[in-house]
Design a binder for this molecule. Structure first.
Ligand SMILES: [Fe+2]
Length: 272
């Protein structure tokens, strides 16, 4: 049994003042950390599926590192479209991991190591494209091959990345925010992992998501900073600020994958 906390899209600014449509990103991330610390159990690890900061800026990563250091378990990060990998590597503390592209310093593609990695093959992938092309994602062949080759075949498999792989039924999101070769990757992943595939866990949408396609669970967690609209006919992205503080508690047992969604009222964390 493994207990995992899934968070995403904290969007820290370079100082504590960054406000997104009137909602203070740092205060809301602190409330997220406080809520996880208040859980009556200690998770095995925590995954942050990207957009740690709002703009790639060393001061923003320093602030993020300071706040997220209070999380009660090792943390693993995926690259969001707002992130910068060298700055993430320099500022953030990662749990024990096995790099899958050892020569790619600007990519976060790895397998979670340690005790958790002995039970489940957890992969973190990096689908960021140049900012001039995004905000969609794309998975390169080297990364896909590296992950597929590392699937042991004897353990459950789960994949974490920032960008959803498959359409969610909302026009603007489906046209702008997905991994453009996500369906192709999903097919290859399903073929290699078979029934061992436990799910694909994502952020980016700033909206909770449960989607089941071709027998595969896709679970997305929303952002504590602000939510996005996701109506079927959306032709743009509306920001919905001031909502609840979201995170997911994932449980992996030998037989099941469980997702418990938290959506807590925001109250500023008490000063540390
Ligand atoms: Fe985001």
């Amino acid at each position: 049994m493994l207990e995992v906390i899934h968070v995403s899209d904290t969007h820290f600014g370079p100082d504590r003042s960054l406000s997104i449509r009137g909602a203070n990103a740092c205060e809301r991330a602190e409330a997220l950390v406080a809520a996880i610390r208040a859980l009556p159990f200690v998770p095995d690890f925590i995954v942050h599926t990207g957009d740690v900061v709002n703009d790639p800026d060393r001061a923003a990563y320093t602030l993020a590192a300071e706040v997220l250091a209070d999380l009660p378990a090792p943390v693993y990060y995926a690259t969001g479209n707002h992130d910068d990998v060298p700055m993430m590597r320099a500022a953030l503390a990662f749990g024990e991991k096995e790099p899958l592209l050892p020569d790619a310093e600007d990519r976060l593609c790895y397998r979670i190591a340690g005790t958790a990695g002995e039970k489940v093959d957890f992969f973190v992938m990096d689908a960021k494209v140049p900012p001039s092309e995004g905000p969609h994602g794309y998975l390169g062949d080297a990364q896909i091959t590296a992950v597929l080759d590392r699937i042991s075949g004897t353990k459950p498999v789960a994949v974490f990345l920032h960008y959803p792989l498959v359409p969610i039924g909302s026009r603007w999101i489906d046209e702008h925010l997905l991994v453009t070769n996500g369906l192709e990757f999903q097919r290859a992943l399903a073929e290699k992992a078979g029934p061992s595939l436990r799910g694909v866990f994502t952020g980016h949408l700033h909206r909770g998501l449960t989607l089941y396609r071709d027998g595969i669970l896709h679970s997305g967690v929303s952002s504590p900073a602000c939510e996005f609209s996701a109506a079927p006919g959306d032709t743009s992205c509306e920001f919905i600020a001031g909502g609840p503080i979201p995170f997911h508690h994932l449980t992996f047992t030998p037989d099941a994958t469980m997702v418990k969604a938290y959506s807590l009222p925001f109250s500023p964390a008490s000063p540390r």
